[in-house]
Design a protein around this ligand. Structure first.
Ligand code: SF4
Length: 280
């Protein structure tokens, strides 16, 4: 496989996590053993989760992941077959122009910015890595258009180096359940990597992404269908809030002095006894 590992990557250090505000600061972070048990259940609910981007080489996955920013995997998969045919390697891509690239990737959005990133990435691969995709976090994130999430996707799915990409789904789902307590992707990555064996990092990320897309949606999560509903802080808080609402309704109903028969309107309030009447 091109771009064989130069050195194994590690999770960000604990020092990087201290400054971030935690979205659920009053909840304790679940212990590592519970995090592993929760992930096991989710692996069962979403068996063999993996990236939904189509690719055959690390270079193709790097291109597809850059294109997937602010887009959907399905949309990217519509564009990439023709793109990969025309630009199968960094040499061919680096020789293109932005004017040539833009119309081919317009469907993925932000096509001007992305075409510049793709050209810069391909040129940097030729200049610094002999046209190979490096299996190293620092080298990958030094490429134009490549952040930590993209690097982790390529490392974990195409280069055999465990990586735990944290996108908006992983960020949301992990915080809701309580297997992470952090506001930034880097901090969530650190907490999950600390709790899980390295060989599970990539699978854990793919599983949480699928769970976020299918079950734990941003609005109206499908909690009754969730394999970890009994272990989720968010679901427990929702149950408590619902119970409080129901309790308040019952209290109001019990305090109501009269209950009118259905269809009967309340009569006008009686005039206060001391209200002066107007002289005519
Ligand atoms: S119980 Fe609900 S909020 Fe918690 S992880 Fe499952 S779907 Fe998401």
């Amino acid at each position: 496989m091109p771009g064989s590992p130069k050195r194994a990557r590690s999770a960000p250090t604990a020092a990087t996590t201290t400054a971030a505000a935690s979205p659920g600061a009053d909840r304790p972070l679940k212990p590592a053993g519970e995090t592993r048990a929760i992930l096991e259940r989710l692996y069962g609910q979403h068996p063999n989760a993996t990236t939904e981007l189509d690719f055959t080489t690390p270079f193709e996955l790097l291109v597809a992941t850059i294109l997937s920013a602010q887009s959907s995997d399905a949309r990217v998969n519509q564009v990439t077959p023709a793109f990969f045919k025309r630009y199968p390697d960094p040499q061919r891509l680096a020789a293109a122009t932005t004017a040539e690239l833009e119309p081919q990737i317009v469907a993925t959005g932000f096509f001007r910015q992305k075409s510049k990133m793709l050209l810069g990435m391909a040129q940097a691969l030729l200049e610094h890595h002999g046209g190979q995709v490096p299996a190293d976090m620092d080298a990958l994130t030094a490429l134009p258009g490549v952040g930590r999430k993209t690097a982790n996707v390529v490392l974990g799915h195409a280069l055999g180096v465990p990586g735990l990409p944290v996108d908006r789904h992983v960020l949301r789902v992990a915080n809701r359940i309580g297997i992470a307590q952090a506001a930034t992707p880097e901090d969530v990555e650190t907490q999950l990597c600390a709790a899980l064996p390295r060989e599970q990092w990539t699978l854990a990320s793919s599983t949480l992404i699928l769970h976020g897309r299918r079950i734990c949606r941003p609005t109206q999560p499908l909690c009754p269908e969730c394999a970890v509903v009994d272990r989720c802080y968010f679901a427990a808080e929702m149950r408590t809030a619902m119970a409080q609402v129901e309790g308040a309704k019952s209290t109001r109903a019990a305090r109501a002095p009269h209950t009118l028969p259905a269809g009967r309107k309340p009569s006008a309030p009686a005039r206060p006894a001391n209200k002066p009447t107007r002289r005519r």
